[in-house]
Design a protein around this ligand. Structure first.
Ligand code: ZN
Length: 1026
């Protein structure tokens, strides 16, 4: 396929038989209508000869009537109409095209497992509440309706807003409330001090200071410092006494128990959205359309806006003015995951070539050709949707317009009709105007005493033999090996050699690569020598006594190797200890728990300046991504060691006190997943916006040399960049707002590409519209990243204050401007944000945000850095883990049990629960669990017989065992990271580890329960409103 003018090719075009489906789509194969969602004939994408006009006849025929010209009119959404909504995915999605990544990812879930996953997701809504599942909160009747919400009654004061939830927080209420959702919340009425208990979100020792919840603004806000009574100390799961600080409990007589089911529930919101939108097709032809939740299982048909898998927003309706934005304080941000994996039933991105001149771009703002360009003047010119500049259409690109003023080839060109696609980049987009070499991988193994002794080195070498088989295959040199302790050993593994040769570099101050020929080799050619090397490495260092290591020179060596080979690539570094050997980047222990809860706590999160900072720049400039696998037995200054990975699009994995027997499989799963992720190298991303607003801040595993270009040495399918927007002018309701994310990168096989994602948003001068279009999961992603960055520079206490204040402010503004008048005791939450407080409270209880000396400094730094690169799905799961009851599920069903709320109240003594948050996984066993259940799962007669550190379930031949293991492996396959299964018995000491994930309860170290937090926020709101 070498057509010029317009070439559509598979996005990962590596000629291989698996791509047949693709060709069918583009060419003649009638069985594969490729642009299926347009219903067009398969040849719709037949490419015209260079520079020639495509005959309109060939394309128009068989096309469905094109969408009316108001395709992106806000009216469409207002009407709630979904003209394109299909009851189920159309058959055209049946045969996904095969990409090299797909085939590479053959380690993914086996078909049956896949089915389990999908079925489970599909049926969340159908699954009846189990015994532990409380009845759906009454509020569900007014629940979450991001799509169907009727238009507001002319912005008056609607009686019961469709998008709001009203919680009556008056003390008299009982749990036998009417299903209309009112809820008793006592303390808020109490002025000042009685808030004590409620307002004590971080009661644990040492108290991070009640000031954490003080409002700096309004004077006269009561100091709460002295108010926190001892009765709140320690975790109080289950909240039996409701509000310890409330008058009732202070006075002695137990107050009526507040029904936890009456406050908004995340599991319910998830279940409702799944029931409503699960299994449906989301067509992206509507401006400002709020997508289903990240947890909902749906199919996307790209019809002009990027799939929510690529871009999600905190709100899909921007306020027209900066003032309005300030008034509501809802952050305006997008979370962009440019390489997001698509499910097999969605079409991979098309690749477009505009020939030798490169992609067509607006002369003024440089936006790329996209559906938001308006063709005028008979098709000879087009007006840019971003800057309004009128541009000439290049001769080869000319096409006539139809009676609606649209190009007749609209549906044949992805860049005119789709939200996401790729352009072939010309030499202008390549370094030094030369086509890039394919990226390479270098494996760098710490062979110091610890790693040898633990058996890690042997494990890695064994694994690499099979892992290397799964690397993408090219004709070029693509793989190299280094071992090191306080010196580096380079290996010549040239295919002509009978034995690998080692070259030692002990001068680490001026790092260089001692051999150019034979270091980076083609794996296929050199396989025998490489195997030989991998067999020898563990023996070569078997008797080592060397415990000191270097680190910065290791990374430097990798960069130098890539420089010499003129390629980008990735370093896999397997490292165990703090680099204390005399060399650049030498570190010393600076872990000082005395800093916790002081102004200087931020130092613990800050990387050491100097060597690593410069190294990050070198890496990004060369397109050298660093993945760090850490196996520490003590503090290693992760904040500094992970500095380079966290600026190069790399991942940081940490296996504390690693033991091959219990952690080996966990680590290998991570490594295998990592190697097989789809990835782009040497990337620069730019987010352009239509006039009136612009991208002002960026969060991610990125590097920025200026204020606009987001540089990433690599970006894989799980890495997301969160981009914040600010107004610089007034936005227009009619025109809406556009954004275009352009990612220039090198494919795994060395092609330079531009990946484009477009999204159109609504604008409104009515705040209600903004609140209706909010997405809580995206909001919390933004807040997590901005808070985690803020703690580098500010005391935690201030950051927590800001978070709570902003939460209260956003909700108060809604109450004031959008909700109907109601008693002050009512807490009114916008429907789209009704579970926001749960997430916010959970965020404030995460390790980085807690000033607790009990937490490991490295763990806190690790979580901080990991979250910075997360997408919306990952932060959602991290902040609200899945808790699945497994003791009473239907083993014959393919459906996952419905998750229950993360609270001890939902556990049962005779139950078995699985909890996972994407990073940790627990199997919790109640004290009174029936012995036959234990027998079925563990093959032991009772709980007491269970061994301590089991990390996998025995493979037993019974349905329950099979079902539980299949659920676990399904979840492990699905998440970006592996998780180590931890089995905990109720009331055993390790249960504490598990309990910290019950995020609706009081925190283990400190932190409020959800209920307390909600009361506190309510009080803050009332303060703001008076
Ligand atoms: Zn422009």
């Amino acid at each position: 396929m070498s057509q010029q003018g317009y070439v559509a090719a598979p996005p990962y075009s590596q000629a291989q038989p698996g791509m047949g489906g693709y060709q069918g789509g583009f060419g003649t194969g009638p069985a594969q209508p490729l642009y299926g969602h347009y219903g067009g004939p398969p040849q719709a994408f037949t490419t015209p000869p260079a520079g020639m006009l495509k005959s309109p006849a060939s394309s128009a025929a068989g096309m469905p009537p094109p969408p009316v010209s108001s395709q992106y009119s806000p009216n469409v959404q207002q009407n709630g109409a979904h003209p394109q909504r299909y009851p189920s995915p159309p058959a055209v999605y049946g045969q996904p095209t095969q990409s090299p990544y797909n085939s590479m990812a053959s380690r993914g879930p086996p078909p049956s497992q896949q089915l389990t996953n999908e079925m489970s997701a599909l049926n969340l809504g159908n699954y009846g509440p189990g015994p532990m599942q409380s009845p759906p909160p009454p509020i569900s009747s007014v629940a979450h309706q991001p799509f169907q919400t009727p238009p507001p009654p002319a912005m008056g004061q609607p009686q019961m807003l469709p998008g709001s939830q009203s919680l009556n927080m008056s003390p008299q209420m009982s749990s036998s409330q009417s299903p209309q959702a009112s809820m008793s919340m006592t303390s808020p009425q109490m002025p000042g001090p009685p808030m004590a208990g409620v307002g004590r979100p971080f009661p644990g020792p040492p108290p991070p200071g009640p000031g954490g919840f003080q409002q700096p603004g309004p004077p006269g806000y009561p100091q709460q410092a002295g108010q926190f009574g001892g009765h709140m100390a320690g975790p109080q799961p289950g909240m039996p006494g409701a509000f310890p600080g409330a008058p009732g409990s202070l006075a002695g007589p137990p107050q009526k128990k507040l029904d936890p089911d009456s406050i908004p529930s995340i599991t319910q919101v998830i279940e409702d959205d799944q029931a409503k939108q699960g299994g449906q097709v989301l067509t992206t032809n509507i401006r400002g359309q709020v997508p289903p939740l990240v947890t909902t299982d749906f199919t996307v048909q790209d019809q002009g806006n990027a799939s929510p898998r690529f871009i999600r927003c905190t709100t899909y309706c921007l306020p027209c003015t900066a003032d309005l934005g300030k008034q509501c304080q809802v952050p305006l941000a997008s979370i962009i995951k440019p390489f997001a994996s698509l499910p097999k039933n969605e079409t991979p991105l098309y690749v477009v070539s505009h020939g030798d001149t490169g992609p067509i771009r607006c002369n003024r703002c440089k936006a790329y050709m996209c559906p938001y360009m308006r063709f005028i003047d008979g098709g000879r010119r087009y007006q840019c949707g971003f800057c309004s500049c009128v541009n000439e259409v290049p001769v080869f690109y000319f096409q006539h317009l139809d009676h609606m003023g649209r190009r007749v080839d609209l549906y044949e060109r992805p860049e005119l009709s789709l939200g996401s696609y790729e352009f072939v980049a010309t030499l202008d987009y390549c370094k030094n105007n030369k086509p890039p070499n394919p990226p390479a991988y270098i494996f760098m193994i710490d062979v110091s005493y610890n790693n040898i002794k633990s058996g890690l080195v042997k494990l890695i070498c064994e694994e690499l033999k099979t892992l290397l088989e799964k690397l993408p295959r090219y004709t070029q040199e693509d793989v190299g090996f280094v071992t090191y302790n306080k010196v580096l050993h380079f290996y010549n593994v040239k295919s002509a050699l009978a034995q690998p040769q080692m070259m030692v570099v002990s001068d680490t101050a001026e790092m260089f690569v001692p051999l150019l020929d034979g270091f980076l080799v083609n794996y296929q050619d050199s396989r025998a020598v490489i195997y030989n090397l991998l067999d020898q490495i563990p023996d070569m260092f078997a008797d080592t006594n060397e415990s000191e290591t270097i680190f910065a020179p290791v990374i430097q060596a990798g960069v130098e190797a890539f420089k010499a080979a003129e390629c980008s690539g990735k370093l896999f570094i397997f490292h165990s200890s703090m680099p204390t050997a005399e060399a650049p980047g030498k570190l010393k222990n600076r872990d000082d728990k005395k800093l916790v809860n002081t102004e200087k706590e931020k130092i613990l999160f800050q990387p050491q300046k100097g060597v690593y900072e410069q190294l990050s720049k070198d890496c990004v400039a060369q397109g050298c991504c660093v993945d760090l696998f850490l196996f520490p037995s003590q503090y290693v200054d992760l904040a500094t060691m992970a500095d380079v990975p966290s600026h190069t699009g790399g991942s940081i994995y940490k296996y504390s006190n690693f033991q091959v027997e219990t952690d080996g499989e966990h680590f290998l799963r991570d490594l295998r997943k990592d190697v097989q992720k789809s990835i782009g190298f040497d990337a620069v991303m730019r987010v352009r916006t239509s006039t009136g607003f612009r991208a002002t801040d960026f969060f991610g595993a990125i590097h920025m040399n200026n204020t606009t270009d987001i540089e990433m040495a690599a970006v894989d399918c799980d890495k997301a960049v969160t981009v914040e927007f600010k107004h610089d002018d007034t936005l227009n309701e009619e025109n809406g707002a556009f954004l275009q994310c352009a990612l220039l990168y090198t494919t795994i096989n060395g092609q330079r590409r531009l990946r484009i994602h477009n999204l159109s948003l609504n604008c409104s001068s009515q705040l209600l519209e903004l609140y209706k279009s909010c997405e809580t999961d995206s909001l919390i992603n933004f807040f997590a990243k901005s808070a985690y960055r803020a703690i580098l520079n500010q005391p935690l206490k201030n950051v927590r204050e800001i978070l709570v204040n902003q939460t209260a402010h956003m909700l108060a503004c809604y109450r004031k401007n959008c909700a109907s008048p109601s008693a002050a005791s009512q807490l009114i939450l916008p429907d789209a944000m009704k579970v926001f407080p749960v997430y916010m409270n959970s965020l404030m209880k995460t390790a980085p945000m807690l000033g607790s000396t009990e937490l490991s400094t490295d763990d806190r730094a690790h979580q901080r850095l990991s979250v910075m690169a997360m997408g919306v799905e990952d932060t959602q799961l991290l902040l609200y883990p899945r808790l699945l009851p497994l003791h009473n599920m239907d083993v014959s069903s393919d459906i996952l049990p419905a998750p229950v709320r993360c609270s001890e109240e939902r556990l049962t003594d005779c139950g078995m629960f699985l909890l996972e948050n994407g990073h940790s996984m627990f199997l919790w066993l109640g004290q009174a669990i029936p012995p036959d259940l234990i027998q079925s799962i563990f093959n032991v007669p009772s709980l007491a017989h269970l061994q301590g550190d089991m990390c996998a379930l025995p493979e037993l031949d019974n349905v329950l065992s099979k079902k539980v293991r299949s659920i676990i492996s399904g979840l492990l396959d699905k998440r970006p990271n592996s998780m180590k299964l931890q089995i905990v018995r109720q009331k055993d000491k390790p249960e504490m580890l598990f309990r910290q994930f019950l995020v609706e309860d009081k925190g283990l170290y400190s932190g409020a329960s959800y209920m307390d937090f909600l009361c506190y926020v309510h009080r803050e709101i009332r303060q703001l409103l008076t």
